[in-house]
Design a protein around this ligand. Sequence first.
Ligand code: RRO
Length: 310
Amino acid sequence: IDITANINGIQLPLCIMNASGVLCSTDQELSNLLDSHSGGVVTKSCTSQPRKGNILPRYFEWNMGSINSMGLPNFGIHFYLGFLEEKKINKPIFLSISGLSTEENYYLIQKANQSSKVTAIELNLSCPNLIGKENVFGYNFDKISNFIEKIFKFNKKPLGIKLPPYFQDAHIKNIASILNQFPIFFVTCINSLPNGLFIDANKESVVICPKKGFGGIGGPIIKPFALANIRKFYTYLRKDISIIGCGGISSGKDIFEHILCGASAVQIGTQFMKEGVSVFERLKKELILILEKKNYSSLNNFKGKLKNLQ
Ligand code: RRO
């Protein structure tokens, strides 16, 4: 059974990889990912300079989900490019970048273009947790088109965009029609649901410190929103823009559902945080079992083929 993935020409040995942000910040974490079954490695979103991020505690998980307000802690782009330079690379590398301004993003993309170790850029337009920069850029419909046009005046690397969840059909149509005008390789959807609030009723308190407890929600409870966004983008995007599904995956069945909606590969966030690098091999086995039962020999047998009633 073939469960490799093809992201618009980028070949992943397995259609399952990590989601940016989770256990992909340090030398040790990235080395562990390179050594794991993960089909690719995406790095923690980086900025031009190192950042400490928000005050602790800034991550909390419960049975149905997770909440985070990390605030983009990272060692800066030069650390990530330096790490890749030193390592033997055995799978596709996605460098996630998340500049705090358009100018910073142009700089980061330029730097990424200079590294032969970066397979593709994942441009994060969906960070929800920046203090003093509350806006999620992916919701700024007016500015996105101009911004992306400028990027493709100089960018030569395969580039994809990490999107926030959208909640209106018209918004997805609008973003898709903008993205369809550019040579984008893939979109990754979705980032965490912004500005959620989890509380501890016993303590009568929030559970994370920054921003009075508000943060991005991930994990099982966001799966329906991830599936909806993947499905709509699959119908509105050009067929040569691949979709990487992210959101609420903790089993092989969840991966099957993402692919049915149109994902070509998937990323694991909250469940990777809970389980560590062994998650990739477990999910691979669970997905293979499902395909065996259904007599499918590759993802293309069912990718995007979700049925409607009647
Ligand atoms: O670092 C974060 O707070 C963070 C980022 Br950049 C992001 O894209 N998504 C998220 O849930 N947290």
